[in-house]
Design a protein around this ligand. Structure first.
Ligand code: GLA
Length: 700
């Protein structure tokens, strides 16, 4: 029983008893005999039965002592699941379905595995059915379980905090288990559900890399549990609060999807596998994305229609294609404390309604986008003043405010309908082609009107809202924001066109944030904006060239008031926007390459599928330790081809440069791809907190 991707194979072996064993997940196996020799020798101090620890669904009952995929019981009975009668059926398009039952505990299990043959990402979902006669309380149900072989020796996680998301942290394999649990009710800044395992010394380009991601936008649990043979059993699933999943007799519980990618081309190969899958199977929109202006950091709550119109006019002149009006437009929304949840434009700020600004923007040839935060309301808002019980909470417990707001209970039909109606009306009345969908707080003691935990239901209700609006307004694009990147998982990506990667727009911090996020997210969905200097989050000062180069490869935009730019800055910015537009067919569809920073120098690039065109962002993060930078190797090019290397305008030579380095800013220099990949080149010297964009075109 096997599934084959482009470069990878998942091999399952049936067991005389119980569920199939995961024998191999890694490099693609040749066709032919794949019967494993897996009989374990009788050993002392183990069960007399031959137990395979790497089960596709480990349970408590079968002598499996690692993290169980299922925790469930019927009032203290039927808690020790042991599945039998397993059948594995192959379906079309690279799918396997494992079915099994436990006639003692009254359970039925279906595990659906899919590995589309044109890629290397597996998608696993599980459905548990209560086949008993009494309700079944489910405390945990993993979406999927996979085995990473013992040659992986390093783990990487992607946590952090607000404005420091996607921090890639390396660690050795645990002796016991690594547990990533999130109870914040949204995907979270600090426990992003992505786990990567890699072979020793696996740089960016070489060695095996395994990546696991849970496509779910609420509470989650991911576990990497060490087995006796040194391999890791990894699983991911929703984290259920007490009582959240009780199945009536005959009822089923389907899970979210657990995604698993393998690459033999290191971490960069792993990213490419994830990106290809997202582009083919999740994203509705392919190819280049418009250049955006977002008003948040330039305007905050201080909205003035006439000034915003002037900003829009200036933005259009710079080459901006989408103008997004951020927070501050709702009635009474002069600060965080009020107005959220009121769906009408503030008549003081917009005496002619929102339509007048929107039409001004569209009249300039730009799209009009609007910030909304549909799941939330301030207590001081029409949404909650009239309906105080519309927020999630628990009777007898104080409401826990965060950013002075509460979470609307969208599992209540009338609340859901009110929010849906308000959004629907806005989209019908105002020429809006883009929503920035924000979600600015964690869920705390999130109970519904019956006092039950409503975390999972809230996510389902949000998904339903997005699905409804996308069906009714199919041309409206949606950006997922949650105080930056706290809801950038694939459950959300399947329903949105872009994520706001982080509230931190400091280019230096962004290098690290974008490096982590791009392990999973393709560049075209990662919002990256040029903001003002000094930066509003860190106070650091950076040149426009540094800020622009760091944002250029992604979903590019600006987040400053264009009326504050002087002529020279405006001209330079327009130059960067023009450069992005010229390069974006490559940037937003190409193959990602990257390198772990050496001496503070970081590299992120995008190479065209035929390797005839490429760009590389080379940035110096901090002062380097060595007196001279190491040669820079550019991966991903064709070794047998020649390339013209240039540093395109509006980049300008700066300081003392050699004649060759100067030539890079003009007609460029021709170099062999093999040389660039292996011997490397010496780029122009980079001061700390500066960057350059290199462009390479194959010579004909
Ligand atoms: C969050 C978002 C920001 C901005 C503000 C508005 O913090 O991440 O980009 O939209 O809300 O209040």
């Amino acid at each position: 029983m096997r599934l084959d991707g482009l470069h990878t194979t998942l091999l399952l072996a049936p067991r005389a008893e119980g569920l199939p064993e995961i024998v191999h997940w890694g490099a693609r196996l040749p066709p032919g005999n794949t019967t494993p020799l897996r009989d374990r020798a009788p050993a002392r101090n183990l069960l007399d039965d031959d137990i395979a620890e790497a089960s596709v669904f480990p349970t408590l009952g079968a002598g499996l002592f690692r993290t169980p995929a299922l925790l469930a019981h019927r009032a203290g009975q039927d808690w020790s699941a042991e599945f039998g009668g397993a059948a594995v059926e192959a379906g079309p398009g690279g799918t396997l379905t494992v079915t099994a039952h436990d006639s003692v505990a009254g359970l039925r299990l279906v595990i659906a595995l899919a590995l589309p043959p044109d890629g290397d990402v597996l998608a696993v979902r599980t459905t548990l059915t209560n086949a008993g006669t009494a309700p079944l309380a489910v405390d945990h149900l993993a979406s999927g379980t996979l085995r990473i072989p013992p040659e992986a020796t390093e783990l990487r996680t992607y946590g952090g905090r607000w404005a420091h998301e996607f921090t890639e942290t390396r660690s050795a394999l645990p002796d016991g288990a690594l547990l990533l649990e999130n109870r914040r009710g949204r995907t979270s800044h600090d426990r992003f559900p992505l786990l990567v395992a890699a072979t020793p010394g696996c740089g960016e380009q070489d060695g095996g890399a395994w990546g696991l991601h849970l496509g779910w936008s609420g509470n989650h649990r991911m576990v990497a549990d060490r087995l006796g043979d040194g391999s890791l059993l990894v699983s991911g699933g929703e984290l259920l609060m007490p009582g959240e999943a009780t199945l009536a007799p005959g009822a089923s519980l389907p899970t979210s999807t657990f995604y698993a990618a393998w690459s033999g081309a290191g971490l960069a190969g792993l990213s490419r596998a994830f990106h290809a899958y997202a582009r083919r199977h999740l994203l509705r929109l392919a190819g280049p994305r418009p250049v955006t202006l977002n008003t948040w950091e330039g305007t905050y709550f201080d909205h003035d229609e006439a000034r915003l119109m002037r900003e829009a006019t200036a933005a259009a002149a710079l080459g901006i294609e989408r103008f997004v009006l951020d927070d501050g437009w709702m009635a009474g929304r002069d600060h965080e404390r009020a107005g959220l949840g009121d769906w009408t434009a503030d008549p003081r700020k917009y005496p002619n309604g929102l339509g007048s600004l929107a039409r001004h923007v569209t009249g300039l040839g730009m799209q009009f986008g609007l910030w909304v935060e549909p799941e939330m309301a301030n207590p001081d808002s029409a949404a909650l003043r009239g309906h105080p019980d519309a927020a999630l909470g628990l009777a007898g417990r104080p409401p826990r405010l965060s950013r002075r707001q509460l979470v609307l209970d969208l599992s209540r039909t009338e609340v859901w309908a009110r929010v849906c109606g308000a959004l629907d009306t806005l989209l019908r009345e105002v020429p809006i082609s883009y929503l920035k969908w924000d979600m600015n707080r964690d869920l705390v003691a999130a109970g519904d009107t019956a006092g039950r935990a409503a975390y999972g239901n809230q996510v389902f209700a949000t998904y339903a809202l997005l699905d409804y609006l996308r069906t009714e307004h199919p041309t409206v694009e949606i950006e997922s924001c949650a105080s930056g990147g706290a809801r950038a998982d694939w459950g959300m990506l399947a329903r949105t066109e872009r994520v706001w990667t982080s509230d931190c727009t400091d280019a230096l911090e962004r290098l690290r944030i974008q490096r982590g996020a791009s392990r999973l997210l393709p560049p075209e969905v990662m919002g990256a904006h040029i903001s003002a200097s000094p930066n509003h989050q860190t106070g650091r000062r950076h040149t426009l060239a540094f800020r622009a180069a760091v944002a250029l490869p992604y979903n590019f935009g600006i987040e400053l008031d264009p009326l504050t730019l002087d002529d020279a800055e405006g001209k330079e910015l327009a130059g960067w926007i023009a450069l992005h537009k010229r390069l974006r067919p490559l940037l937003h569809a190409g193959l990602h390459v990257a390198a772990d920073p050496i001496d503070g120098r970081t590299l992120a690039g995008v190479v065209a599928p035929g390797a005839d065109h490429a760009i590389y962002l080379v940035a110096q993060e901090a002062d380097r330790a060595r007196p001279h930078p190491a040669p820079l190797c550019l991966p991903g090019l064709r070794a047998d081809a020649s390339y013209r290397l240039q540093i395109p305008a509006p980049q300008r030579p700066d300081g003392k440069l050699s004649a060759t380095h100067r030539a890079l800013y003009a007609d460029g220099v021709v170099i062999a791809g093999g040389m660039l990949a292996h011997a490397g080149l010496m780029p122009p010297p980079l001061q700390p907190e500066t960057a350059i964009i290199l462009e390479l075109r194959q010579e004909t």
